[in-house]
Design a protein around this ligand. Structure first.
Ligand SMILES: Cc1ncc(COP(=O)(O)O)c(C=O)c1O
Length: 375
């Protein structure tokens, strides 16, 4: 079978460097908040073009802490946060944790990124934050959203970027994470930059937001043992994970290039009438996932399985239909009723795409794409 992903190949490729980094961190005895964490925070902020990076335990904590900071700890269901319903539920999870109401904007047909016009229709006097997900490695035009918000008297609405699927992605030479007020990242192992376990971070260039998020990740302390902020938590990266990320960060651009070249091969092999890959030619896409729309999806998935290729669906259930949330408060873009999100969710298929795919595996996927399209 061609696997959907294989993280073991990352370790095997960088075995010496990673083993050494892990061993050194273990020997140092500083297993939390040591030199490696500090170094990673500096390097990652620099990579993203932001002033500060705050490392955390995972990407969900990054979204929750960022949202609390941007809302200045308001946790009232009257407060509205605009997001999308097709991005795996992570932004909604953060809204539910914080206690604010998600408002769902629709997506663009060709990219499945948020539709800016739909954001504009969702705005109200209750809107405090827009969460923008750079989905599948595509990059949302945050600058354009900021401009539209400002032009329409929504200067105070903050923008939180969910960058968990787009490390290194860019638009107009600006990296994801430094386009909005805060950028939230996950370093889950299969991400474009992944650790060997859970890890996350947020980046910002605002000294105030940096201070608030630092406090929210450490019990709400203003100084040691003095708790000045409510609704804080403990969220730390392990020193070993930071050391691993320090080895892999310099490889990120290379990894992204490999991902992009595999994606291009798939696009070239496909006939748009049968398999329509989402199109990210308008941005510096980093190919986190290769997602396409296929009409008779069930038949296609069994065809791929029979051909020995693992495929997946990102994401099969919209946030508005998640069993745990159907009775919770939410709003949608009333004019278009999420028509694209709803109509296209049953057509989505994700193909194997990771930097360490073997040539024969890529060829096998390519030939199966061609075979299906020629049927
Ligand atoms: C878009 C997006 N946001 C947030 C997350 C949450 O990250 P984590 O799994 O590290 O909590 C993920 C991860 O899986 C994600 O894909």
């Amino acid at each position: 079978m061609v696997p959907f992903n294989n993280t073991g190949r990352i370790f095997n490729t960088f075995k010496n460097e990673l083993s050494m980094a892990i061993l050194k961190s273990a020997e140092s005895g500083f297993w939390l908040m040591g030199e490696q964490t500090k170094l990673f925070e500096e390097s990652f902020a620099h990579y993203c073009g932001a002033r500060y990076c705050v490392t955390l335990a995972n990407g969900t904590d990054a979204l929750e802490i960022a949202l609390r900071a941007l809302l200045d700890n308001q946790s009232d269901s009257e407060v509205e946060v605009i997001t999308v319903a097709n991005a795996g539920g992570y932004s909604s999870t953060a809204c539910r944790l914080v206690g604010v109401t998600p408002v769902y904007a629709d997506i663009e047909v060709n990219t499945h990124l948020v539709d800016i016009e739909s954001i504009m229709r969702c705005l109200s006097q209750k809107t405090k934050v827009v969460i923008v997900t750079h989905l599948y490695g595509g990059v949302v035009d945050v600058e354009k959203i900021r401009k539209r918000l400002n032009e329409n008297n929504y200067q105070d609405v903050k923008i939180l970027e969910d960058c968990a699927q787009a490390h290194g992605g860019m638009l107009n030479n600006v990296k994801v994470g430094s386009m909005g007020d805060i950028g939230a990242f996950s370093f889950y192992p299969t991400k474009n930059l992944g650790a060997m376990g859970d890890a996350g971070a947020l980046v910002t260039s605002s000294p105030e937001l940096f201070e608030i998020t630092l406090s929210l990740k450490q019990y709400g302390w203003s100084k040691k043992y003095e708790i000045s902020r409510i609704n804080a938590k403990n969220s730390r990266i392990d020193e070993i994970q930071a050391a691993i990320l320090n080895v892999l960060l310099p490889q990120l651009d290379n990894f992204n290039e490999k991902r992009k070249s595999i994606f291009r091969e798939y696009v070239e092999a496909s006939d748009n009438n049968k398999i329509r890959f989402l199109d990210y030619s308008q941005c510096d896409f980093v190919a986190h996932l290769a997602v396409a729309r296929v009409n008779n999806r069930d038949d296609f998935i069994s065809f791929m399985k029979k051909s020995g290729i693992c495929v997946d669906v990102h994401y099969p259930i919209l946030d508005i239909n998640q069993p745990a949330w159907v009775n919770e408060k939410f709003r949608i873009d009333e004019e278009k009723k999420l028509e694209i999100s709803i109509h296209q969710v049953c057509e989505l298929v994700s193909f194997p795409l990771f930097p360490f795919m073997y040539k024969e595996e890529i060829e096998k996927v390519v030939s199966s794409i061609k075979e299906w399209c020629e049927k």
